[in-house]
Write a protein that binds this ligand. Structure first.
Ligand code: SF4
Length: 99
């Protein structure tokens, strides 16, 4: 099953090319699970920090896991903010990188 969520970029690509962006394989899926983090690094691309509270909801976690099962990437990079403070414990489901 392919989960399709068209954003403005997707719509523009479709408008210009008449089709969607496609790939033959996906090597890495990076998942940003939320913004809470014990640090507040100036280079953080999501401005995570101790005062941030946005967390991926469980429905989205399940959609991500389903997409990952379908895509079969070599690596799922789970990050945040820091994944540890999230109540979803997505990081506890992690498996070692396949050889
Ligand atoms: S998520 Fe990473 S880069 Fe961002 S504040 Fe936390 S440790 Fe720093």
């Amino acid at each position: 099953m392919i989960v399709s969520i068209m954003n403005d970029f997707d719509k523009k690509i479709r408008e210009v090319t008449g089709t969607y962006l496609k790939t033959s394989s996906i090597e890495i899926i990076q998942v940003n699970v939320g913004t809470p983090c014990d640090n507040r690094c100036v280079h953080c691309h999501i401005q995570a920090g101790p005062d941030r509270t946005e967390i991926m909801d469980s429905r989205t976690v399940h959609l991500v896991l389903r997409a990952a099962r379908n895509a079969k990437p070599k690596l799922i990079d789970i990050t945040g903010g820091a994944p540890e403070p999230t109540p979803l414990r997505l990081h506890k489901n992690r498996k070692k990188r396949r050889p």
